[in-house]
Design a protein around this ligand. Structure first.
Ligand code: FAD
Length: 424
């Protein structure tokens, strides 16, 4: 919680040097100054939002990727609101500056609406109808295209930068403009570094095994060139396959299924454009891995050592939970609940039996065809576990939210429920 407060606090403070410097140097009427401040805060938040989009893994360890993307989206919304008031109440003699400001505003608004629908779960996670509509639209507006649309934000920043440089009431103050440019250049440098330079420093490896686990799931094992020394149980990576004629080099997130740091195993459900082609990717194909990301292990470590772990996985969502089970089954009481679509999809049944046998039932695994219902949970989990356990849920967004609600209803407090949704 403290980490998140610090993180949000930083976003509040981030625009202040720009605002204070302008306040100190500029001699415009106070009423106009206020609206210029709003424009400056909006610009700084757009920049910060772009900086967050590079998802630094150290920041993920601090607050988690969902919080990073959450703030990224919130800043986009708040910046639009401030930019609206700024443009409505300030004036400028330069037609070009006015036009650039307007185009930037409408460009950012368009990207925001598009992204809220396609990239965030703010709407589609709350309505099955919208989720279905998104699924249909994604046959045309593919994820890759959406990511490109999102990059219009860079053009927006370029237009606002020029807008500010054209305004005499802003550009005449050298100290302020230097700071303004420093903000812009720093963020664009971070973005450029992450997109074009950092990938050369990412982990690399080759596919060692790519075989079928059931009808629509694959096991992909990547032998790394060097150990993933910072890998922790429950972590995930973004993977990009290099030079494969079958799949694009697009980055996709997948969780590591066990606790081996040299050979990473991924369990991948094939349901979309990219994952359905995975069976054609040959052994030996080179892979780049960005990460690791994830906060499950630090949550486990920070909780009461005696608290049982309740791991609820839906389909391939069990991957991250299996690596937690692999790491902790000898030292913690674990209840692993795995919901699968059909009996054939329970491809980890034998592994789970081995864990159960090895721990003398300290780990108890329950596999269910179909979702767990409230009465299943109450029947499977002892009252003490419901009262004290740390709960981890991983699966598709709607299923995670439904399980979360169910746990709340049987008395699990919100701070003991941790989740990872398989879409972002
Ligand atoms: C933290 C995390 C861990 C995950 N771990 C696993 C795992 O262990 N096993 C597994 O099978 N799946 C996992 N997923 C889900 C997996 O990343 C998606 O199913 C896969 O990227 C979909 O690709 P597609 O093109 O085949 O499917 P599509 O049908 O094209 O996409 C399905 C949905 O996946 C999302 N998506 C598509 N492409 C990307 C992308 N490049 N980056 C992010 N999201 C995307 C979109 O929201 C889309 O609506 C994980 C997802 C996340 C966020």
């Amino acid at each position: 919680m403290l980490h998140k407060l610090l993180f949000w606090g930083f976003a509040v403070v981030f625009p202040l040097p720009l605002v204070f410097t302008y306040d100190f140097v500029a001699t415009v009427p106070p009423s106009l100054k206020f609206y210029i401040f709003l424009g400056l805060i909006a610009y700084a938040w757009w920049l910060l939002s772009i900086a967050l989009s590079v998802r630094p893994s150290w920041l993920d360890r601090f607050v988690g990727l969902p919080s990073i993307y959450g703030l990224h989206g919130m800043l986009g919304v708040l910046a639009i609101a401030l930019a609206y008031v700024h443009s409505d109440y300030s004036y400028s003699p330069s037609q070009l500056a006015r036009d650039l400001g307007d185009w930037a505003f409408y460009g950012a608004l368009g990207v925001l609406c598009y992204s809220v629908f396609f990239l965030s779960g703010w709407l589609v996670d709350r309505s099955k109808l919208l989720l279905r509509a998104k699924g249909l639209l994604e046959t045309v507006f593919r994820h890759r295209f959406t990511v490109w649309i999102h990059r219009i934000n860079l053009v927006v920043v370029g237009m606002i930068w020029l807008h500010a440089h054209l305004l005499v009431r802003v550009n005449q103050y050298f100290a302020f403009m230097t700071l303004f440019d420093l903000y812009t250049v720093t963020v664009l440098a971070i973005y450029t570094w992450k997109k074009w330079i950092a990938p050369d420093t990412f982990l690399r490896g080759s596919i060692m095994i790519n075989d079928a686990l059931g009808e629509s799931t694959r096991r992909v094992c990547v032998d790394l060139d060097s150990k993933a020394a910072t890998l922790r149980p429950g972590d995930f990576f973004f993977l990009s396959f290099e030079g494969s004629p079958s799949v694009s080099g697009e980055w996709h997130p997948f969780s590591v299924t066990d606790d081996n740091q040299k050979t990473l195993t991924f369990t991948i459900r094939q349901h979309g454009d990219f994952t359905r082609r995975l069976d054609r990717v040959e052994v030996g194909t080179r892979v780049r891995l960005e990460g690791p990301f994830g906060r499950f292990e630090s949550i486990v470590q920070n909780r009461d050592r005696e608290a049982p772990l309740v791991l609820i996985g839906m389909g391939a969502g069990v991957s991250a939970l299996l690596s937690l089970a692999a790491a902790h089954h000898t030292s913690r009481e674990i209840h692993l609940l795995w919901a699968v679509r059909s009996p054939e999809d329970a491809y980890f049944r034998d592994v789970l039996k081995e864990y159960e046998a090895a721990t003398g039932s300290r780990l108890r695994a329950t596999v269910n065809v179909g979702r767990f219902r409230r009465e299943d949970l109450v029947g499977i989990l002892p009252a003490e576990v419901i009262a004290k356990g740390a709960f981890f849920i991983v699966g598709p967004n709607l299923a995670v939210l439904a399980n979360q609600r169910m746990l709340r209803r049987i008395g699990v407090s919100a701070r003991r429920i941790h989740q990872e949704r398989l879409t972002m």
